[in-house]
Design a protein around this ligand. Structure first.
Ligand code: G1P
Length: 294
């Protein structure tokens, strides 16, 4: 039986240059979709999948993420005094329990592969999940849970993938698909940010991974790849010669919230799906005469 996945890594050191000036002093992971920061959605997805230990690879200006996953006694006491018990309960539910979070720093922006490598001593010799919090997924169950279901069958390494128009493949890691159904097929190759004509398919790496710890030794010696960065995809390509990689074409919808359009779309979709917001939001949208603006 495959070793259970108990730890998740969240690389949150990125500078958020696609979202300036909002991200000049505030981490992009704290941007809110409706009323929850992006990082909270990623942690919620991990908890739903049974993750027990949450490892954040941070950088300068990211201290507020650590505060977000801490108790806030002044706030909690005030909410209690004012009888706002529902809000208080929600705050408490959102928090991983004491001792279940770890924070380490990526000291230089050397790429995703380097960020993951920075977590090696905290993760240790166990399989781990990796969630890129920019990518927000709406799925039932969540994408990581769908991947854990595949992992329980196959073991090894698992990557969530989705189809994009061929014109977009060069912005992502792209996989070559072998045999098997959407819920778990073998991956036969992968390449980071290929030219459109070199891409093996239009199935992109979506930002959710389950990886075996052998990836760390490969990352330690990984030369710089696309964009001059230490690329996780390049190290996974090497690991593929030793271990199985399974693709999961997840059921659900993704929003690239590191970019403005994806973020705005996510806010509209999540607001319309919220029982407490939908009616009021629709009323305001209707007042906007959208037909005229479109
Ligand atoms: C990273 C990965 C890439 C993946 C993408 C998903 O790229 O390197 O393989 O497709 O995330 O968002 P980045 O967005 O950091 O350039």
């Amino acid at each position: 039986m495959s070793k259970r996945v108990r730890t998740a890594v969240f690389p949150v050191a990125g500078l958020g240059t696609r979202f300036l000036p909002a991200t000049k002093a505030m981490p992009k992971e704290m941007l809110t979709v409706v009323d929850r920061p992006l990082i909270q959605y990623a942690v919620d997805e991990a908890r739903e999948a049974g993750i027990e230990h949450f490892v954040f690879v941070t950088g300068r200006n990211k201290g507020v993420i650590e505060d977000h996953f801490d108790r806030q006694f002044e706030l909690e006491t005030t909410l209690e005094m004012r009888g706002k018990t529902a809000a208080l309960r929600e705050l408490q539910q959102d928090l991983p329990s004491a001792g279940r979070t770890s924070f380490t720093r990526q000291q230089e922006p050397l790429g995703l592969g380097h960020a993951v490598w920075c977590a090696r001593h905290i993760v240790g010799d166990s399989p781990f999940a990796l969630l890129l919090p920019d990518m927000l997924f709406k799925g039932e169950p969540g994408v990581l849970k769908q991947m854990i279901e595949a992992y329980e069958e196959t073991g090894g390494n698992v990557i969530a993938v989705e189809e994009v128009p061929e014109s977009d493949v060069s912005s992502y890691g792209v996989v070559a698909r072998g045999d098997g159904p959407d819920t778990g097929f073998s991956i036969t190759g992968m390449v980071e940010k290929p030219k459109r004509e070199d891409a093996p398919s239009n199935l992109i790496i979506s930002g959710r991974y389950i990886l075996q710890p052998e990836i760390f030794a490969l990352l330690a010696n990984q030369p710089r790849g696309a964009g001059g960065e230490i690329q996780l995809t390049d190290a996974m390509q090497t690991l593929m010669t030793q271990q199985a990689f399974t693709g999961v074409k997840y059921r659900g919808q993704s929003f690239d919230c590191g970019a403005k359009i994806g973020f705005l779309t996510a806010n509209v979709v999540y607001a319309l799906d919220r029982d407490d917001i939908r009616d009021g939001f629709l009323k305001e949208l209707r007042k906007l005469d959208l037909e005229d603006r479109l």
